[in-house]
Design a protein around this ligand. Sequence first.
Ligand code: NAP
Ligand code: GDD
Length: 373
Amino acid sequence: MPFPYTVPQDGYATERLPFHIQLGRGIGTKMNKTAFISGVTGQDGAYLAQLLLEKGYVVHGGVRANAQDSLDRLSRLGIQDRVKLHNFDLLDMNNVFRVLRDLRVDEFYNLAAQSFVGASWDSAMNTLDINAMGAARVLDTLRTTSPETRFYQASTSEMFGAVRAVPQSELTPFNPRSPYAAGKAMAHYLTVNYRDSFGMHASCGILFNHESPLRGLQFVTRKISSTLARIARGSAEVCRLGNMDARRDWGYAPEYVEGMWRMLQQDRADDYVLATGATTTVRDFVSCVAGALGMRLDWEGEGLTEVARNAATGQVVVCVDPAFFRPAEVDLLIGDPAKAKAALGWQATTDVTALATIMARADYDSTANRLAA
Ligand code: NAP
Ligand code: GDD
């Protein structure tokens, strides 16, 4: 993916010489940096692994023991054999400790999470254990075994919840609306606390929604692009959605992992919002995807009776299903990425129409491949 700016690669970090000498790699030799990505099998983990490999890193990734099927994203990017995989579960303190004590990497990206907001009410304890306590397990292990490791925490715009300012920036107070967001807020505060208390280079990226063809099928953008792509290929199914009035600041995931990396290259650790600065309703995202697939929609009805029809055929392609309503909704997210632009030189370049087109095309093509198989 072309990115509109270039960053000089900084080479061997000289202040870290003792560690590399310990490993017997030779004094003063320019070495590859090492990174560990928890959640390497997820959307962001796969793109970040690809980016770090391109930059010459030795990339280690954490994989849950029962997760064989989920190596799919790494293999879609063609990097499955280049990432050094380790059994790693944020729920297991002994496992986290053993893996990190032995590796002592230069950079640790904590991307692992129970990341689906909608599931977090039904599995609140599990969500909190992974998302909040999991971050605590990593931070405390790094503090005792490898305090010089730079740490990235995957914080989220969901922490703004019922928003107290528009747009949301690093200064906007949190007001979480789900167990997912409450757990992420705890992990965020812990990361700041370990930075302030122990001088660790620990940063939080407060990332607004970012999507791609590798996005999980349960998230609304991919649910829409995959279902409408099948409909465009002739399927008679209907895309059943919850709250179509919700508004999100949707960006393109490969650009956001670049921002994560830039945070850890700064001299001082800090927290940054990554966002596009624009917001779109779920309904308008449906229309963007349909447009990319050459399908014009006629919207009719309202509330529970709202539907979208394929104007060419009259087929209902979208309807409302209350099963997808949440116990508490986050109505409006729109980020202010000014700090990231000024300090990191980072900005999103893919707008929501381009994003919907990328996702719709990928799903349309892969539907054809499945039909041909
Ligand atoms: P994702 O695709 O759902 O990936 C989550 C990853 O976490 C998967 O690799 C999953 O492994 C792993 N995981 C789950 N439970 C684990 C555990 N107990 N121990 C170790 N690994 C575990 O999420 P994503 O979209 O890439 O997001 C990456 C991170 O950014 C998450 O922390 C998410 O909450 C946060 N975030 C995402 C967005 C966004 O819009 N994408 C925005 C803000 C923040 P399996 O493959 O085994 O399931
Ligand atoms: N998933 C889903 N499925 N969401 C739906 C549906 C549906 O059928 N219908 C409407 N929505 C609405 C949700 O109620 C929500 O308001 C919005 O679409 C986006 O839902 P998701 O795509 O599930 O994402 P999210 O915003 O809740 O959470 C994602 O972004 C966060 C950053 O703000 C996840 O990636 C989180 O991990 C991340 O922190």
